[in-house]
Design a protein around this ligand. Structure first.
Ligand code: GRF
Length: 205
C-alpha cells in the first residue's frame, strides 16, 4: 500500500522537491497526490508540474480563513490525501482544520524546537548567539510550532555565518529529514504517545 501525501507550500518548494525525488525512487512507500499553494506563480507549482503531480493555487487573499480551508479540504479529499505535509507553508491553520487532520499533519521548521518558533527562525538563532541550530519535523497541533517532535537534525553555527549561509546548511538537513519522516510514517512506524513520538525499529546508535 502506498501512502498518498498532500503538500502545502508557499514558495520555492525545495522541501517539496526533496519529497518528490524520494517518492520517485523505486519501492517508495509514499506518493505525492497533490500540491496546493496559496500564492500564485511560485516555484513549488512548477516543481509539481514537472513531476506530473496535480497542483492547485488556492489564494488566501480575499477570502475568509474558513472559506480558504474549505477549499483546501475539498482538494485534499478529491485527491485522497492521507498525510498532509506543510513544506514552507506560510499560513497559520485554524484549530478546526488542525483538529480534523490531527496525527496526519506534519510541518518542517528551521530550528531546534522548542527554540525559535514562528517567523525568521534562522535570524532568531543567529541573533541569540546559539552555537547549534538545525531543523525539526513535528506533528502540527493548535499552537505555532508546538506539536510533538518526530525528528530533528543539528547544524553548527559558524562565526562568519549570515542568515543566507546558515539557512543553506539548515536546508540541506531539511531535505534529508523531511522525506525520511514521510517514509517512516508511510511504513507505519510512527506513533504519538502524548508529547512524545515513538518510532519503531530505529537503529539505536
Ligand atoms: C524551510 O526552511 C522550512 O523550514 C520553512 O520554510 C522553508 C521553506 O523552504 N518552514 P522551501 O520552500 O521548501 O524551499
Amino acid at each position: 500500500m502506498t501512502l498518498t501525501v498532500g503538500v502545502l507550500a508557499s514558495g520555492s518548494g525545495t522541501n517539496l522537491q526533496a519529497i518528490l525525488d524520494a517518492c520517485a525512487s523505486a519501492n517508495a512507500p509514499a506518493r505525492v497526490g497533490v500540491v496546493i499553494c496559496n500564492v500564485p506563480g511560485v516555484r513549488a507549482l512548477e516543481r509539481a508540474g514537472a513531476a506530473g503531480v496535480p497542483h492547485h493555487v488556492v489564494p488566501h487573499v480575499g477570502r475568509s480563513r474558513e472559506d480558504f480551508e474549505a477549499l483546501l479540504q475539498q482538494h485534499l479529499e478529491q485527491h485522497g490525501v492521507e498525510l498532509l505535509v506543510l513544506a514552507g507553508f506560510m499560513r497559520v491553520l485554524t484549530s478546526d482544520f488542525v483538529r480534523a487532520w490531527s496525527g496526519r499533519l506534519i510541518n518542517i521548521h528551521p530550528s531546534l524546537l522548542p527554540s525559535f518558533t514562528g517567523l525568521h527562525a534562522i535570524r532568531q538563532a543567529l541573533d541569540y548567539g546559539v552555537r547549534w541550530t538545525g531543523c525539526t519535523v513535528h506533528f502540527v497541533d493548535e499552537g505555532v510550532d508546538t506539536g510533538p517532535i518526530i525528528a530533528q537534525a543539528v547544524v553548527p553555527i559558524q562565526a562568519d555565518d549570515t542568515e543566507q549561509t546558515l539557512h543553506a546548511r539548515v536546508q540541506r538537513e531539511e531535505h534529508r529529514l523531511l522525506p525520511e519522516v514521510v517514509r517512516l510514517i508511510a511504513e507505519g512506524r510512527v506513533r504519538i504517545d502524548g508529547r512524545r513520538v515513538l518510532i519503531a525499529d530505529l537503529p539505536t546508535s
